[in-house]
Write a protein that binds this ligand. Structure first.
Ligand SMILES: Cc1cc2nc3c(=O)[nH]c(=O)nc-3n(C[C@H](O)[C@H](O)[C@H](O)COP(=O)(O)O)c2cc1C
Length: 349
């Protein structure tokens, strides 16, 4: 069924297709359609329930940042069976992002390249939108900075967004790893990152996580982990998109500039999760190249307490959370685990 819809959607420019889907899902945001969706797609099972950074999640499978940037459909995404939604990135002021086209499909590679550049409605508008919603699952807010804000003042942007969204979101993710805002990834260096994270911690931002680029080398990741522990962070999200282009890519769009996501980053993201989980007890949110239960389970066994997906959602369609959650239950049973929490880190030494 989705294969047919997807074939149609894939004839549209990617951003138009995305808008079409979000508008359609928005129509379901309230009322009986939502209940009908939920009864088909939410997999309720105590073995999938999990706790991370003090929050309860009905299942470990969430929507990654960037899909619902403006918090238009968190309730509907919950009804599709996702266990949490990360909205954003949100910047203090609304901004248009980069010129279009800026979103590209690479179907032969099961991948996407994007250079959206934090297009979003801004913290006030998004806070107002969240205030009117009652999603049944935890909501994370991906915090960004405006393009025009100098890097030296970045901490103020993150703080402003946090202060505006604070009352309306359940957890907060510092995004210093998007490749599409000039200089942003330099904020992963120790000094600027320490300033941003401690500013937020001092302001009471909690639970607070930081999202890593898959392009960081191990020393830099180890440094971020050290910092996360010393500042008192609550978790790590691994990973964002890559600016690298693996030789395996065959799609004509592979040469487009931006961040690559989907199947080609799966192994790199999993290796990063494992590296992080081996070095810290902080909870890890695993993201990058998840399409099915096998991919999700691999990340959980590598140390992810929760997982998220974006590209896999585009390619697999609206039943993906249900399919992954069902598949996870099969795998728990096959491996003799009583709950998803018992499988977290099972592959670590
Ligand atoms: C179109 C698009 C927009 C994105 N926007 C954001 C964003 O605003 N903030 C962020 O932290 N990550 C963003 N991401 C990255 C995803 O959250 C995720 O980390 C990445 O795509 C890897 O997961 P995937 O392989 O399941 O897509 C975006 C990804 C895509 C494809």
């Amino acid at each position: 069924m989705y294969r047919l819809a997807r074939n149609l959607l894939f004839t549209l420019p990617p951003e138009t297709a995305h808008e079409t889907v979000v508008t359609a899902l928005r129509a379901a945001q309230h009322g009986p359609i939502l209940d009908a969706l939920g009864s088909h797609l939410i997999v309720e099972d105590p073995r999938l329930e999990t706790t991370a950074f003090g929050l309860d999640f009905p299942n470990p499978v969430g929507v990654a940042a960037g899909f619902d940037k403006n918090a238009r459909i968190p309730e509907t995404l919950g009804a599709l069976g996702f266990g949490h939604i990360e909205i954003g990135a949100v910047t203090p002021e609304g901004q248009a992002g980069n010129p279009q086209p800026r979103l590209f499909r690479l179907p032969a590679d099961k991948a996407i390249i994007n250079r959206m550049g934090f297009n979003n409605a801004g913290a006030d508008a998004i806070a107002a939108r969240l205030a009117g919603q009652h999603p049944a699952v935890p909501i994370g807010a991906n915090l960004g900075k405006n393009k025009e804000t100098p890097l030296e003042s970045a901490a103020e942007d993150y703080l402003t967004v946090y202060e505006k969204l604070g009352p309306h979101a359940d957890f907060f993710v510092v995004n210093v790893s998007s490749p599409n805002t000039p200089g942003l990834r330099d904020l992963q260096d120790r000094e600027p990152l320490e300033h941003i994270l401690s500013t937020l911690v001092d302001a009471g931002a909690h639970p607070l996580l930081v999202k890593l680029s898959p392009d960081l080398h191990e020393e830099a990741i180890a440094e971020v982990i050290d910092l996360a522990e010393s500042v008192g962070l609550d978790g790590i999200v691994a990973t964002n998109t890559t600016i690298k282009r693996p030789d395996s890519l065959t799609s004509p769009n592979a040469a487009e500039e931006g961040g690559l996501s989907g199947a080609p980053i799966r192994d790199r993201a999993t290796a990063t999760i494992r590296f992080v989980a081996e070095r810290t007890n902080l909870p890890v949110v695993g993201v990058g190249g998840i399409f099915d239960a096998e991919d999700a389970y691999e990340k959980i066994r590598a140390g992810a307490d929760l997982v998220q997906l974006y590209t896999g959602f585009i390619y697999q369609g609206p039943t993906v959370a249900r399919d992954i959650n069902r598949g996870l239950l099969d795998r728990l049973e096959a491996d003799g685990f009583d709950s998803i929490q018992d499988a977290v880190g099972a592959d670590l030494d």
